[in-house]
Design a binder for this molecule. Structure first.
Ligand code: GDP
Ligand code: MG
Length: 671
């Protein structure tokens, strides 16, 4: 705490260490809860000694024996135990700086811009010397006070008046023969005279000194001659005037405060010094506004840095399409944190600037969060569709569902979940909206429902087709193995019964899937066509050359080798083998004719092949085969050529059997 800082060095350079030094003094977050005091006065009038006594500071004090000026430039210390910054300014005689009066003026401007209180240190015997060094300086202070604080005051101090300054005269080596009251009136008189001689801006010609300055007077005894009294008096001044207490005359009034938040002080003083150095106009309200902009930007940038770091964890997953459940909270929390962070420091700066910058920050935050929102809404849409699909298929697995109910319940549930979750991430105060996505979701859910329904219909049709295939396979084989005049009636009769059952089962299930009559009619047509094609394939298979040939041979053998009672014949020479052979062969060839066409005895048994209804194509896909199938042609089983070829091959087989029978008779005779 005892450290000090050379704020402006001998080369008139401003220190870069003020900001960290304020941090070390624990003032960075003090806001307005601090003050600045500066001291003025001729050289070697015990200013530094006074400050050290009053505030426990550690400014250099002139060595008694050397008597050389010690304070060069401007130093700063923090008062012990009080949130007060003390500036020790180079003495005003310019003795060692020669004619460099310039620096005095500049340091006066600088001090006035920062300090609530100017301590004017003077010997008692200087009182009344109107031309004294201090008095010239005071005139300067009063003049610049106008240009510095009043110029644009309306713009930047809209609610409060321009700040006041306390000029606290410290009269040193007070002997006591002239009472303080007399000294006060002499000095007050002098100061009024100075005030009157100061040229004032237009409209303020009649301004009172007391509008801008308060005057205070204290005396101190000789430090070396009356050390105890000196000590006593300095601690009284410290306690009475600079320490907040109920009994004292605390002099650091709020109206003296320059309204520079502690965190902006370093930047402010630096700018002020630069202006002063370059002899530029020093217009504090404008400086305050500029400072407000500068600091608000800085504070906002800091807040944004923290803000961005909070989003790192959620940004990537949201971008790659993952639904991040905690996103709403993260967005709200990080936004609040950033604004709180901004507010906690920035609110002390010029209100209009603060409000504007806050709006900008809010806007930046929203712009940053907006893509996260958009992506998350997209993710919600995808999640809703995926989950809806899953749920639909799962619920359709059960045996007893009502499709329209399932769709209704499930879609309401999914739309509501989407709305809830989208609302959750829609930040207040933004124009973000999920309505468009919601509308799209509704459309997509309808598409999913429709797709799911046609999937289920297709599944159903495929299942039925397979079971028709299996059943038809059995009765086709049985019927075709035992050809007779009713062969096709039997096949078709069984077939018609089978598809009647399948149709009933299909219609029941399709109705549960909410199919319209038209849809059912169209898709049932497909079921029937596919059933016929299955049947016809089975017939084709059962009428292949090898199977038919085998079948004819079996029929022939049964007829030729067995008698009417089913007893196997043992050929005797008396048997008319030839006649029996011719008879069996003819019988078999007659049966072969039955396989030519699918032609029932009873015309009613004939299957009615349904024509393709184009509307079916909206619901399911039909195979090319089904689309181009020629029912009439399918009624023909064997072509003429094929039949002739089969008959020929059969005759050869029959001949062989006949020859074999003949031989068996010859051999039995020769034995
Ligand atoms: P500064 O140049 O105004 O900062 O003065 P300093 O504080 O360095 O003191 C200059 C000299 O004045 C030193 O030798 C001090 O001992 C002496 N001094 C300090 N206080 C008093 C005082 O109250 N009366 C007198 N006569 N001398 C003092
Ligand atoms: Mg000094």
């Amino acid at each position: 705490m005892g450290s000090r800082l050379h704020v402006v060095n001998e080369e008139k350079e401003f220190s870069s260490q003020l900001s960290p030094q304020l941090g070390e003094w624990g003032l960075s977050n003090a806001g307005f809860n601090y003050n600045v005091v500066s001291v003025f006065g001729s050289q070697s009038t015990g200013k530094s000694t006074l400050l050290n006594r009053l505030f426990g500071t550690t400014f250099d004090v002139m060595n008694e024996s050397q008597r050389r000026q010690t304070t060069k430039g401007i130093w700063m210390c923090k008062a012990k135990e009080i949130p007060l910054l003390v500036m020790d300014v180079e003495g005003t005689d310019g003795r060692e700086r020669g004619e460099d009066q310039d620096f005095e003026r500049k340091s006066a401007l600088f001090s006035l811009a920062a300090s609530s209180v100017l301590l004017i240190n003077m010997w008692e015997h200087q009182v009344g010397l109107y031309q004294g060094a201090n008095m010239g300086l005071l005139k300067t202070v009063m003049e610049v006070n106008f240009s510095m604080f009043i110029a644009n005051s309306q713009a930047s101090f809209p609610e409060s008046k321009p700040p006041k300054t306390l000029l606290l005269f410290v009269i040193r080596d007070h002997i006591g023969t002239t009472p303080l009251d007399n000294l006060r009136s002499t000095l007050t008189n002098d100061i009024e005279n100075i005030w009157n001689s100061v040229s004032k801006p237009e409209g303020l010609a009649k301004a009172d000194l007391s509008d801008y300055f308060d005057l205070g007077f204290v005396t101190l005894p000789h430090k070396l001659l009356q050390p105890d009294e000196f000590d006593h008096q300095t601690s009284t001044i410290r306690n009475d005037y600079f320490t907040k207490s109920t009994s004292g005359n605390y002099i650091l009034k709020p109206e003296y405060h320059r309204q520079i938040p502690a965190d902006g002080l370093s930047h402010y003083l630096q700018t002020i010094w630069d202006k002063v150095q370059n002899n530029k106009d020093l217009d504090v309200p404008t400086q305050q506004e500029l400072l407000a902009q500068y600091r608000c930007d800085e504070i906002a940038a800091e807040a944004l840095k923290v803000f961005h770091s909070r989003l790192i964890a959620v940004r990537k997953p949201v971008e790659v399409g993952k639904f991040v459940p905690e996103l709403g909270k993260v967005m709200r929390d990080s936004k609040k944190e950033a604004l709180d962070m901004f507010d906690s420091t920035a609110f002390r700066y010029t209100k209009t600037v603060y409000e504007k910058k806050r709006e900008e920050l809010t806007e930046t935050i929203s712009t940053t969060l907006s893509p996260l929102y958009i992506n998350q809404v997209k993710n919600l849409h995808k999640k809703a569709i995926d989950s809806y699909k899953k749920e639909l298929h799962a619920r359709l697995k059960s045996d007893s569902y009502d499709f329209s109910n399932v769709v209704k319940e499930s879609s309401i549930h999914h739309l509501q979940t989407f709305i809830d979750q989208a609302k959750e991430i829609t930040l207040a105060g933004t124009d973000w909206s999920y309505i468009e996505t919601l509308e799209q979701l509704k459309v997509d859910i309808d598409t999913v429902s429709a797709d799911c329904r046609s999937d289920e219909l297709i599944k159903l049709l495929n299942q039925l087709e397979r079971s028709i295939q299996k059943d038809a396979g059995e009765f086709v084989e049985v019927s075709l193995n035992n050809p007779d005049a009713e062969m096709w009636d039997k096949v078709l009769d069984r077939f018609n019964a089978l598809i009647e059952r399948s149709k009933t089962s299909y219609v029941t299930k399709a109705k549960r899937l909410n199919s319209t009559d038209q849809e059912i009619k169209a898709t049932t047509g497909s079921l029937l066509r596919r059933a016929w094609i299955s049947l016809r394939n089975k017939i084709e298979e059962q009428c292949s050359e090898s199977i038919l040939l085998f079948r004819l041979r079996t029929i022939f053998e049964d007829k030729f080798r067995y008698d009417d009672k089913g007893i196997p014949r043992v050929w005797r020479p008396t048997d008319d083998i030839e006649a029996i052979y011719a008879d069996a062969r003819e019988y078999t060839l007659q049966l072969l004719k039955l396989y030519r066409n699918i032609k029932p005895q009873d015309i009613n048994n004939l299957f009615t092949y349904p024509q393709l209804d184009d509307s079916v194509l909206d619901i399911i896909k039909v195979s090319d085969l089904e689309e181009s199938y020629n029912y009439e042609e399918s009624l023909q089983v064997l072509g003429e050529a094929k039949e002739a070829q089969l008959a020929g091959r059969f005759k050869k087989d029959a001949d062989a059997i006949y020859v074999e029978a003949k031989r068996s008779v010859v051999s039995s005779i020769s034995k």
